[in-house]
Design a protein around this ligand. Structure first.
Ligand code: PMP
Length: 369
């Protein structure tokens, strides 16, 4: 291969910083370190899900379809929609990529209130689109005026995440409606919506605002991150276009079966939901008792922590906690200040372990002063 291969690479692919999967490689190769870095569910798939996967595996010589039965069911659950309103993805990251490919050509602008999930930016750049960042207000609320002002003739998409990762809060209905009224295709990423204190889907608004696309996933509340199933709910016309972009067979037979079984296994779902809701409340309260730290209330399976008073960078905190066998996520690379980190809610035992480590770590730093 010639060393000149660089000059053949599509310019925006060359310019895009690689999405770093290093944290995942590190976690898999260090099973002794508690993984609290990627908002995974700490509870493994239920026996019913495992059985369904095994049954599906016996048909592994066959190609899957686009999951019409699962799509129909998801549409009904979301509030009277049909399979023509639902498209499945290889995780909701695939859905995000399909949406960007459907709406944003190279040079088009994608509005992203930040801080938020980094994948909107990453996939927009890979497609040659230009992310336009609109900072959240200091209290993490959405600055609707600034979002509306940032819309240009090139704006093809707006990404909203509710509850937002990593700030944990929901977008107020009035704010959302003002943004939707601008008529720009607008994604509302509901990856964590099943974990809200009182789950409130916004899907019904699709009837009033056909420019709204809801994105969801089985990775969080349902705990199937490794199986890769996400989906979008949207106006039938939007789904029809997205279906053209989707790679056929993007969701495996095993993943389809797992998602279907997880939906049917209400008891396991409720247990996961309860574990996370109780865990995040407990983590938040306990972190707030540690002098110098501030934890923000969250409706997701994570808690954002302002640890800036420790005088460390976010990466230093991550590295020093890894030495103590807990892996959390630094937030400074994601449009946040130094010292901000995010921890995923674990099982009660995992939360206790994390808190013990964190208390000792903070006490050590404060004793050195
Ligand atoms: N949306 C948000 C807001 C997320 O935080 C995540 C995962 N961290 C995803 C989407 C992607 O999840 P998946 O691709 O596993 O569905």
């Amino acid at each position: 291969m010639s060393a000149d291969i660089d000059k053949f690479i599509v310019p925006w692919v060359k310019a895009a910083a690689p999405y770093s999967d290093r944290h995942m490689e590190f976690a898999w190769s260090h099973p002794e370190v508690l993984r609290m870095m990627s908002n995974e569910n700490p509870i493994p798939p239920s026996p019913a899900v495992l059985e369904a996967i095994q049954r599906a595996a016996q048909l592994g010589n066959l190609y899957p379809d686009s999951g019409p039965a699962l799509r129909q069911k998801l549409g009904e659950i979301a509030g009277g929609f049909g399979k023509e309103n639902v498209i499945l993805g290889n995780g909701s990251t695939d859905i995000i990529d399909i949406i960007i490919t459907t709406f944003a050509a190279p040079g088009d602008e994608v509005l992203i209130p930040v801080p938020t999930f980094s994948m909107y930016e990453a996939r927009a750049k890979i497609r040659g689109a230009v992310p336009v960042f609109v900072p959240l207000r200091p209290d993490f609320s959405w600055d609707v005026d600034a979002i509306l002002r940032a819309i240009s003739s090139k704006t093809k998409l707006i990404f909203l995440c509710s509850p937002n990762n990593p700030t944990g809060i929901q977008i107020p209905l009035d704010d959302l409606k003002r943004i939707l009224s601008a008529g720009i295709p607008t994604v509302v990423d509901e990856a964590y919506y099943e974990l809200e204190n009182e789950p409130r889907t916004l899907a019904y608004l699709i009837r009033e605002y056909p420019n709204m696309i809801i994105s969801r996933t089985f990775s969080k509340a349902y705990g199937l991150a490794g199986l890769r199933v996400g989906y979008a709910i949207a106006d039938a016309k939007v789904v029809d276009y997205m279906m053209r972009v989707r790679i056929p067979w993007n969701v495996s037979l095993l993943a389809l079966a797992a998602a279907q079984a997880a939906l049917d296994d209400e008891a396991s779902f409720m247990e996961k939901r309860r574990t996370i809701i109780e865990g995040r409340q407990y983590l938040c309260e306990e972190i707030n008792k540690i002098p110098g730290l501030r934890a923000f209330p969250s409706e997701g399976n994570f808690v954002l922590i302002d640890a800036s008073s420790l005088g460390k960078t976010s990466e230093q905190i991550r590295d020093e906690l890894i030495e103590r066998k807990v892996f959390i996520r630094p937030m400074s690379p994601h449009h946040m200040g130094q010292g901000f980190v995010r921890v995923t809610v674990g099982t009660p035992e995992q939360n206790e372990f994390f808190l013990r480590v964190l208390r000792a770590y903070v006490a050590e730093i404060q004793a050195q002063r």
